[in-house]
Design a protein around this ligand. Structure first.
Ligand code: NAD
Length: 365
């Protein structure tokens, strides 16, 4: 792989290779953009097949974070880190503290957090060596589990989609199919039931189904394979990525697709157009699932729960903005979301070109 060509393709700013033989640390930090503020993105630990796979992943994920933060109206850029290794067998204090020291050496250009393969506990080790870590445990003054905030954002994002599609944002009597009853799915189901929706749900893990039914006995459980073809107003993917693909798209019998799962569309361009052709309103996952990022971003300013929740509720207005752009510019919601993010970065990047003398003290924006 030609490294500089890869960075230039998606306009990354910086790539940092972190190596520490003693602890076994092999990590890559990618900073995609710091136009809006310090780059923020989780640290993923994964047994990549080879270094090129790790590099591709960190470049792709860090770019995604730029768009997610920009569209959510946050004063943050996009970054991501990957640690190459098996999270089941290779985790130890030295490894994460060593990673923390590399993060600190970037002076705040990159802020890390937990991600796939890393936990709040691991971030506590990281926090021994750097100030630039967020998403730590509530007992230590952090924001804790982001899932309820993510779920709230998804709830309000769907509400906006309903308003656009049917003229009313009421969930009363709406049939909603939820795929995945994990952290986000369960919290969302409770909100949907409280709002009067008829919830149909599926999971592959019996334990999570039992928990969800205990909390909300009115929900109907269906076979995981039936989620696509079950007629409903809204299909909410809260499990895996790539669930809207060449095989599933023809089965969908819904009016709206909107859920937290990362990368819902197997192919962003192709499947967003295909959904539009079927008159299915798609709300991009990176817009609707921003509650988790909003939550950790709030931690950076001194965490206040209500403020994080209020900001996540604002996803309603963001979705409305995107839908208007898509309509006016006759494009897909996927493209409209990217456009909204790119315009904000360009506009704020432009005003930042002016020298303003004394810089803004400690604030992030
Ligand atoms: P989770 O692991 O707690 O829950 C996922 C659930 O999906 C599990 O119960 C799992 O058994 C189930 N599942 C897996 N395959 C399935 C299938 N084929 N059919 C039905 N169910 C299946 O994860 P989570 O934290 O709830 O996150 C859900 C999705 O949202 C993920 O894609 C995650 O990346 C994304 N997301 C989460 C957050 C957050 O704050 N937790 C923020 C942004 C995005």
């Amino acid at each position: 792989m030609n490294l500089f060509e890869s960075l230039e393709t998606h306009e990354h700013e910086q790539l940092v290779f972190c190596s520490d033989k003693e602890s076994g640390l092999k990590a890559i930090i990618a900073i995609h953009s710091t136009t809006l503020g310090p780059s923020l993105g989780g640290c993923r630990m994964w047994p990549y097949e080879n270094e090129e796979a790790a590099l591709k992943d960190v470049l792709r994920l860090s770019r995604g974070m730029t768009y997610k933060a920009a569209v959510a109206g946050l004063n943050l850029g996009g970054g991501k880190a990957v640690i190459i290794g098996d999270s089941k067998t290779m985790k130890n204090e030295t490894l994460f503290r060593s990673f923390g020291r590399f993060v600190q050496s970037l002076g705040g250009r990159y802020i890390t957090a937990e991600d796939v393969g890393t936990s709040v506990h691991d971030m506590e080790w990281v926090s021994c060596e750097t100030n630039f870590v967020t998403g730590i445990h509530q007992e230590r003054g952090g924001s804790g589990d982001p899932s309820p905030v993510t779920a709230l954002g998804v709830f309000f994002g769907i509400k906006a989609a309903l308003k656009w599609k049917s003229g009313s944002d009421s969930f009363a009597g709406k049939r909603v199919v939820v795929q995945g009853l994990g952290q986000v799915g369960q919290s969302l189901v409770t909100r949907l039931v409280e709002a009067g929706a008829k919830v149909v749900a599926a999971d592959i893990f019996e334990g999570n189904i039992k928990k969800a039914v205990a909390a909300n006995p009115s929900i109907e459980i269906i076979n995981p394979d039936a989620v696509y073809s079950t007629p409903c107003d809204i299909f909410v993917p809260c499990a895996l990525g790539g669930v809207v693909n060449d095989d599933t798209i023809d089965k969908l019998r819904c009016g709206i697709v909107a859920g937290s799962a990362n990368n819902v569309l197997a192919d962003e361009d192709k499947h967003s157009v295909a959904l539009q052709k079927k008159d299915i309103l798609y709300i991009p996952d990176f817009v609707i699932s921003a509650g988790g990022l909003i939550n950790v971003a709030n931690e950076l300013q001194g965490y206040r729960r209500q403020q994080a929740l209020d900001q996540a509720s604002g996803i309603y207005d963001i979705v409305m903005q995107i839908l208007k752009i898509a309509e006016v510019e006759n494009t897909t919601t996927q493209k409209a979301s990217m456009t909204l993010a790119e315009r904000r970065i360009a506009q704020l990047g432009h005003i930042k070109k002016k020298f303003i003398g004394v810089p803004l003290g400690k604030r992030m924006c």
